[in-house]
Design a protein around this ligand. Structure first.
Ligand code: UD1
Length: 369
């Protein structure tokens, strides 16, 4: 006889960990947690610096199970996660599967849960870039289409869901769990290990991260962008190199004096850099949100964004990855001509609490029936 509802939280890749950390801390903060939870790691990311370090720094519990699926083509990786998750659900009674973000693990587990008639809650629902060449766009649209509860970070996401015909009573505007975790950890950020060696000080450097296929899969495009950035910026550019990016970097780029190539950083070190950087150049989704909250100018090397509130309200601007567009944006930011930005509504550190409140009401109703 089960005494309360049981939820399964799914993580797979780096950006998932910060979002689920907010949910777990909101559950654990209750004197009487409204449900029991199991934490599933699909193993989509497996290198310690893309996974383990986040568990340690964010105080996440060890996953109850890790499928260890590893890398592979989209179809293979998604299929392996689906098979493993189907087996898992047959042995673990679950009243709701909670997925976050837009990675392959998000979609894979949503498909399995929906076909097993288990409600799915999607945290970060309604995002949409309009670019179906991005694998994440397919993951977002397909997940939203079959999830049961849709938790949104902004009015724009809510409007996207309405436009797609989603019923009002499934949609909840709650704020941003990524920002919850940022707010919680800002007092704990730490200087990266190379801070003194590289003679860094607040405002003396730039941070750059690139890992989207459109920027990094072609060596010509990637090395072209980085050499252009190296030519046009003052001060060193810190470049934590994603494993997808590393094999495409040529020796000339690696040898550029003002590019400092480092391994992927943990959360607390990376946050320290983003907070203290003069500006950030990126193609990440989450970093567009973090820079908006911190007020750090952000040049996003993409033609579109699924997070338009970071452009409307925040410090983010979309910059095409052509030499002309990058030069023009760098000139403006280097000369201090960049918008100040404000923080979007409800990005106040309480999104996880709102989600757990809403979910506990919904699941308590289902559990009684
Ligand atoms: C994935 C997500 C992307 C997210 C990114 C964050 C999808 C479709 N993509 O992209 O949305 O922004 O994570 O990092 O879910 N690799 C390692 N170690 C690892 C994981 C991957 O070396 O722990 C290598 C793989 O072998 C592969 C490359 O990195 O060569 C890319 O990994 P992959 O899982 O395909 O996607 P990401 O680019 O990391």
């Amino acid at each position: 006889m089960r005494d309360k509802p049981h939820i399964t939280l799914v993580v797979g890749a780096r950006p998932n960990f910060m979002k689920v950390a907010s949910l777990i801390s909101s559950i654990s903060a209750r004197d009487e947690p409204p449900f029991r939870f199991t934490l599933v790691h699909t193993g989509q990311h497996y290198d310690p610096e893309l996974s383990q370090v986040f568990f340690e720094e964010l105080g996440l519990p060890e996953p109850d199970v890790n499928f260890g699926v590893g890398s592979g083509s989209h179809a293979r990786q998604t299929a392996e996660i689906m098979s493993a998750f189907e087996d898992f659900l047959t042995t673990t009674p679950t009243d709701c599967v909670v997925v976050v973000g837009d990675v392959n693990s998000t979609l894979a587990c949503t498909l399995v849960a929906a076909k097993s008639c288990i409600p799915v809650a999607h945290v970060e629902a309604g995002l949409e870039s309009g670019d179906r060449a991005m694998p994440e766009e397919i993951n977002r649209l397909a997940t939203d289409a079959i999830a049961t509860y849709l938790f949104c970070t902004s009015d724009i996401a809510v409007d996207n869901l309405r436009r797609r015909g989603q019923e009002e009573d499934k949609i909840f505007l709650v704020g941003n769990t990524m920002i919850d975790t940022l707010i919680q950890n800002l007092p704990r950020t730490k200087k990266p290990h190379f801070w003194e060696e590289k003679d860094l000080s607040p405002g003396s450097f730039i941070v750059c991260t690139l890992h989207r296929p459109s920027n990094v899969d072609s060596p010509e495009v990637l090395n072209g962008i980085l050499n252009h950035i190296a030519d046009k910026t003052r001060g060193p550019v810190i470049l934590p190199v994603h494993p997808r990016t590393s094999p495409k970097l040529d020796q000339q780029t690696r040898d550029r004096k003002n590019l400092i190539l480092v391994d992927p950083l943990g959360y607390l070190e990376f946050l320290h850099l983003v907070k203290q950087a003069r500006y950030v150049i990126t193609d990440s989704g989450g970093i567009q949100e973090e820079t908006t909250y911190l007020g750090t100018p952000c040049l996003t090397l993409r033609n579109n964004t699924e997070r338009p509130e970071t452009v409307l309200f925040g410090t983010n601007e979309l910059v095409r990855n052509t030499p002309e567009a990058i030069t023009s944006a760098l000139q403006r930011v280097e000369n201090g001509h960049w918008k100040k930005g404000t923080i979007p509504p409800l990005w106040d550190g309480q999104a996880g609490t709102r989600i757990i409140d809403i979910l506990s009401g919904l699941l308590a109703d289902n559990f009684k029936n």
